[in-house]
Ligand binder design. Structure first.
Ligand code: 4NP
Length: 173
């Protein structure tokens, strides 16, 4: 996580972003919420997700994504929304899933400080060195949804670890 001038007395806020906000980013939000709770770190983390597009606004995550999530013990039940300009200001970190998302979100940044908030989910993955994106599973099969969960679990654990370090909280994995 890039170092921004953050006030560590307040929660660290994360916005996960993908194209439609019905597969990858709600799964990232759900997994991060799950492990945040598991590590009793709710007082330190604020989470949300959004999509580049508005096509699915108001919808629950894709049925396939929810079902793969349930099989791993997760509850993906956020409602889709489109990213908006004020998100660039409001969140400490904006975490995107692929290069296309990176380009689109970067185009919304109005200051260098806002540009520095943007990272790729795979930057945090410790066990998937060959992956530079969380691939869009929408038009594929089961394996694509499983890969999304695998990459997100890897990245979210590292994210939580970095947040714990920032707040001086012991983090046991
Ligand atoms: P997501 O997946 O970006 O991971 O939510 C997609 C969902 C919907 C569409 C594309 C990607 N779509 O074209 O409707």
């Amino acid at each position: 996580m890039k170092e921004n001038s953050e006030d560590i007395s307040k929660k660290t806020s994360l916005l996960f972003v993908c194209l439609g906000n019905i597969c990858r980013s709600p799964a990232a939000e759900g997994i991060m919420r799950h492990i945040t709770k598991e590590h009793m770190m709710e007082d330190y983390v604020d989470l949300d997700s959004a999509g580049i597009g508005s096509w699915h606004a108001g919808e629950l995550p894709d049925r396939r994504m929810r079902s793969h999530g349930s099989a791993h013990g997760y509850d993906f039940s956020s409602r889709a929304r489109q990213i908006k300009q004020e998100d660039m200001q409001r969140f400490d970190h904006i975490i995107v899933m692929d290069d296309e998302n990176y380009k689109d979100v970067t185009a919304m940044a109005r200051t260098d400080e806002q540009r520095r908030k943007i990272s790729r989910m795979t930057d945090f993955c410790k066990h998937h060195p060959g992956h530079t994106a969380v691939p869009d599973p929408y038009y594929g099969g089961d394996r694509g949804f499983e890969l999304v969960i695998e990459l997100l679990e890897d990245g979210c654990k590292e994210l939580l670890k970095q947040i714990a370090q920032k707040h001086g909280v012991a983090y046991l994995l």
